[in-house]
Design a protein around this ligand. Structure first.
Ligand SMILES: Cc1cc2nc3c(=O)[nH]c(=O)nc-3n(C[C@H](O)[C@H](O)[C@H](O)COP(=O)(O)O)c2cc1C
Length: 201
């Protein structure tokens, strides 16, 4: 831990999206990945709907299936090293909108009925919270992680291979593994994103 920095701050600063792993799966990190997954759903959810679900993949054959579904061959054809296929494990983040519909259909939530009119779909907000818990959880275990959005995956194949029901949306995949390049640092922030007191200032 950096001196004078909390563990949380140090994790946040160190974490980076990783797209290369050092070695093929060793199987040594299964318990870590299971813990990362269980912390992934330890998040606040709108109305305590608990509609964010996780599918954990540790079986090497299934990891290879996902690498194919994520078009790793194309990625490797560009001269890049294996990424998804060398993951120690993959966490798939799933969004169950039905859980929000059910929860907000309950008596105590009558005032907020019709969740489709919400100013923001909270199920995606909650999915982002799960993603962040997972990425930081991997960093906390000394592992590297990345994110492959659903837009980059053959979702039809993924659904049929892993029996993901139609009504459950796939946010994307988090491959977790041993980082190849441990020196790579985050791009330093140049864009102004934080304002004080007045927007833009
Ligand atoms: C919602 C979302 C979708 C992303 N989709 C992909 C993706 O499909 N493939 C990919 O290689 N990186 C993806 N990324 C990673 C970003 O392209 C980028 O690497 C990341 O913002 C850099 O973060 P870092 O500064 O923490 O390393 C995604 C990130 C987010 C948050």
């Amino acid at each position: 831990m950096e001196e004078g920095t909390s563990n949380f701050s140090s994790l946040v600063k160190k974490r980076i999206v990783v797209r290369e792993f050092r070695q093929p799966r060793t199987g040594k990190f299964d318990l870590d990945i299971k813990e990362i997954a269980s912390n992934g759903v330890r998040i606040p959810t709108a109305g305590f709907s608990r509609g964010i679900e996780i599918l954990t993949i540790l079986n090497p054959d299934n990891i290879n299936k996902i690498a194919a579904i994520a078009n790793e061959e194309k990625y490797r054809a560009k001269g890049l090293d294996p990424w998804v296929s060398w993951a120690e494990g993959i966490i798939i983040i799933l969004v169950n909108k039905g859980a929000y519909e059910e929860r907000y259909g309950m008596e105590d939530k009558e005032s907020s009925l019709n969740i489709d009119n919400w100013h923001m779909p909270y199920w995606y907000i909650d999915a982002g919270a799960a993603l962040m818990n997972i990425l930081l959880g991997a960093e906390d275990k000394g592992l590297g992680s990345g994110f492959l959005g659903g837009h980059n995956i053959d979702l039809v194949n993924l659904r049929s291979e892993f029996k993901i029901p139609r009504e459950i949306e796939v946010l994307g995949l988090v491959p977790i593994g041993v980082r190849k390049d441990t020196n790579k640092k985050k791009t330093s922030e140049k864009k102004k994103l934080i304002y004080a007191e007045i927007y833009g200032k």
